[in-house]
Design a protein around this ligand. Structure first.
Ligand SMILES: Nc1ncnc2c1ncn2[C@@H]1O[C@H](COP(=O)(O)OP(=O)(O)OP(=O)(O)O)[C@@H](O)[C@H]1O
Length: 498
């Protein structure tokens, strides 16, 4: 674990549960000591908040948790490496000084990363043979099984895929028709076609990638229940690989993954930047393709936009059929809502569905959640479902949906951050001191608004879309090579979205 001498603070109410357990089991004296420490923490936080302002405090300390004080060393826990490093670098001395002002026994402050949560396992492996206790075991488990707790105890338990994620329940419209057709084609063919292997589905958050993956799973198994289909998230792949390394079981790991008929990996972008796992994935991939086994992948980005990935891997990922799901249209959203309301057998007035389809355009998951909330209110409280009622029930969500970041806000915020004139955002000057902030602003405009590159270019002194594209690429590169740019971008993003 990486350690830093000095900084931080955070959110007292959430004081790390892993340590609270220790406190719960301790004697009264210890409990009193803990209470006192928490009170000190509150004072440190108050002072910090006053000193650096509410916004910065929330950004950097909002999720930092109080740990223990042992032999003069006070531990704090940061949620991410980035926050940990930022806090250490920018606030380290201050945090230590404030602590020492309220508690003279504190000699140093150490910030650690919150331990990662236990790997998710229960839901992400579907129809896969149990992790074998021996190679023979695996050979003998010819058929993948659905059902709870098979394999080595509950750790390897798996459940079936989401039953409702079928092709029949997938509403097809312009934004997803190609991905849908590609998915159906893969599910229906007897043998993988090299030009369609792998099938790589990509699209933004909550637009139906996982739904399509599960639908493929159902369709394949319906057609031939003997087919060994293995579905898992890339995160689970990485976790399993790390565990195999730890327990020196990589042989079993390889065998397991290379003996399936269809391998489906969700959210492959998770594998980016994880070199060893990437290598292993690459070898698994090659081995399956050589055996003419089908691979299906999903990701938030196309292969060309994945960061921190080896070129050989990138070209492998994009070597088959790449199908994207575009942002939803109003018509598709309305159609999805109508289907879901019908399936739920709840009469929802068309005006309400139209209202939701208009207002909630971010992703289908949110749209679905909104409809569920409205319907639940109608059913549980007996309120008539109307547009006013939906507005009332969903006021938090709607406020968020209305909160769109504008290019003006981005330009103002970035100019203030770099201490340059707002007019420089549109000026033709190319000096680094103004060009770089301008590029950061263009990058943020691309990230935080739905404007196209030409539209963004127009707002920055009528620049060409290729200039915006160059700016976006440049900042993406710098975010990797230059920590201070990465920090600036992260801070600005948080402030703008705050
Ligand atoms: N075209 C569609 N028809 C019906 N339901 C849909 C459609 N698209 C998405 N959904 C529903 O929206 C929800 C989110 O979809 P899903 O989990 O597949 O998104 P995702 O793209 O995998 O998101 P993430 O990037 O977060 O993994 C699911 O409940 C899914 O059933």
């Amino acid at each position: 674990m990486n350690r830093i001498q000095s900084p931080v603070t955070g959110n007292n109410k959430n004081a790390a549960s892993y340590e609270q357990k220790t406190v719960a089991g301790a004697d009264m004296e210890e409990v009193a000591g803990r209470k006192e420490l928490e009170a000190h923490w509150v004072r440190v936080c108050d002072r910090l908040r006053k000193e650096i302002g509410d916004k910065a405090f929330k950004t950097w300390f909002g999720e930092v948790e109080l740990g223990k004080l042992e032999t003069g060393k006070l531990r704090l826990y940061a949620p991410t490496r980035f926050v940990r490093d930022w806090v250490a670098r920018h606030y380290g001395d201050r945090v230590l000084a404030y602590w020492q002002a309220v508690n003279t026994t504190v000699a140093s402050v150490e910030v650690n990363l919150v331990p990662p949560p236990a790997p998710r396992r229960a839901n992400d492996i579907i129809a896969m043979p149990p992790v074998p206790t021996s190679p023979q075991n695996y050979q003998s488990s010819a058929l993948p099984r659905l059902g709870p707790a098979i394999g080595r105890g509950s750790e390897d338990a798996f459940q079936g895929p989401e039953a409702r994620y079928t092709f029949a329940n997938f509403v097809v419209g312009k934004p997803n028709e190609f991905a849908y057709a590609a998915a159906r084609n893969i599910a229906e063919q007897d043998r993988p076609l090299p030009e369609r292997n792998p099938l790589y589905i990509f699209g933004g958050v909550g637009l139906g990638k996982t739904h399509l993956m599960h639908a493929i799973w159902h369709a394949i198994r319906e057609r031939d229940p003997k087919t060994r289909v293995l579905y898992l998230t890339a995160e689970s792949f990485v976790n399993r690989f790390i565990q195999a390394l730890r327990t020196k079981n990589t042989g079993q790991f390889k065998e397991l993954f290379r003996n399936v008929d269809v391998l489906m990996v969700d959210d492959v972008q998770f594998i980016c930047g994880k070199e060893a796992s990437q290598d292993e994935f690459f070898f698994t991939f090659n081995s399956l393709v050589e055996q003419n086994k089908q691979i299906v992948l999903s990701s938030e980005k196309p292969p060309s936009e994945l960061q921190d990935i080896e070129e050989r891997m990138r070209s492998r990922l994009g070597s088959g059929l790449v199908a994207d799901i575009h942002s939803s249209t109003y018509e598709l959203r309305l159609s999805i809502l109508q289907t879901k309301a019908e399936n739920a057998r709840v009469p929802v007035p068309v005006a309400v569905l139209e209202f939701l389809a208009h207002k909630i355009s971010t992703n289908i998951r949110e749209l679905e959640g909104a409809l569920n909330r409205v319907v639940a209110h109608g059913q549980l409280i007996g309120r008539e479902i109307t547009v006013e009622m939906a507005q009332d029930v969903l006021h938090d969500l709607l406020r968020q949906a209305d909160r769109k970041v504008t290019v003006d806000e981005i330009q103002q915020r970035v100019a203030a951050h770099y201490n340059i004139k707002l007019a420089e955002m549109s000026s033709p000057r190319r000096a680094r001191s103004v060009a770089r902030p301008r590029q950061v602003a263009m990058y943020l405009a691309k990230q935080l608004t739905t404007l196209s590159l030409p539209q963004i270019g127009k707002r920055f002194g009528n620049r060409d879309h290729t200039t915006v594209m160059h700016a976006v690429r440049k900042i993406e590169e710098l975010k990797i090579s230059d920590l201070s740019i990465a920090e600036d971008v992260e801070l600005l993003k948080r402030q703008l979205q705050g």
